[in-house]
Design a protein around this ligand. Sequence first.
Ligand code: NAD
Length: 331
Amino acid sequence: MTAGSQDPPDSETYTKGVPMGLLDGKVAIVTGGGRGLGRAHCLALAGHGAAVVVNDPGAGLHGENTGETPAEAVAAEITAAGGRAIPDHSSVTDWAATEKLIALAAAEFGRLDVVVNNAGILRDRMLFSMTEDDFDAVIAVHLKGTFAMTRHACAYWREEAKRGAGRGGRIINTTSGTGLFGTVGQANYGAAKAGIVSLTTITALEMARYGVTANAISPIAHTRMTAGIAGVAVRNPVPDGPAPEGFDPQDPANASGLVVYLASDASAWLTGQVFRVHGNRVQRLRGWRAAGEYRSRSGGAVEPQELITGLPEVYGTTPAGRLPDPAVHGA
Ligand SMILES: NC(=O)c1ccc[n+]([C@@H]2O[C@H](COP(=O)([O-])OP(=O)(O)OC[C@H]3O[C@@H](n4cnc5c(N)ncnc54)[C@H](O)[C@@H]3O)[C@@H](O)[C@H]2O)c1
């Protein structure tokens, strides 16, 4: 899906008459909002005027129980700063609980405008050692959890539209470089994160008529999730270019400006998109596109034999004899 169903507004529309916050009067749910990127998103959304439901069961990095209550802490931080927030301890893997979570936001704050699907766990292993449980647990939190929240929120927004009270909505999903480009040892996580991109595209297509947009971010930040992963820093070097003194390119809060924008009315023109956000950069990503083709000699179905020379031509490896592009085939 391409952006551009509406014209983007000029920034003056949203800066005239400040101090109105970009999200004044809006209500957001952030899953996994108790730590890392989710916490940063909660604080930023609240800082721009949104009431926030901070969802987080306080899970360990691998999805285990910890007894911790980070959602309480973040909600308390927001209210102490004069904002509006409540904690919620549901797991996004719980279908009925996610439905109640949507209802809770609407009951507590009178409406729901934004869902940020951010909750996540890791169970990294080479795929030949990965257990069924490792796979299911990661898919359950990332892919099914994102679906569950999206499904219930979209049902809510559709009902609102049907009774003439539709104000649209915003889904902001979280994918990752692993889902987009692949990472060794993360077959479960990458499959979930790639699935989230597809879910984003289809949500954008289905919900456009209700004024609901769906976009995905692919963040890079220093959190407990990346602390233990060797090679993350090497694969994702700090963006270069001028930056203010003391700026930390790995601060999770760097991703939250994009989240606030995508949550706001100003982003109504933009849906079905994926953004990479790291340090001081927001990159627009583009997905699968045809990059070459082979046509059968007969004009009918392609015969396997003709692909012996046909496909290397498509990849440009003959007649020059060049090696396949590592950016395409993986390094
Ligand atoms: N940190 C990065 O560089 C990076 C890169 C790409 C994508 N991401 C994604 O960003 C999101 C946030 O990651 P983070 O780095 O802040 O990790 P984090 O571990 O600091 O935070 C994840 C939060 O999700 C919560 N959570 C876990 N299971 C949950 C469940 N079933 N229901 C609700 N909440 C649950 C955890 O309790 C935790 O507070 C994840 O989706 C992650 O995959 C992070």
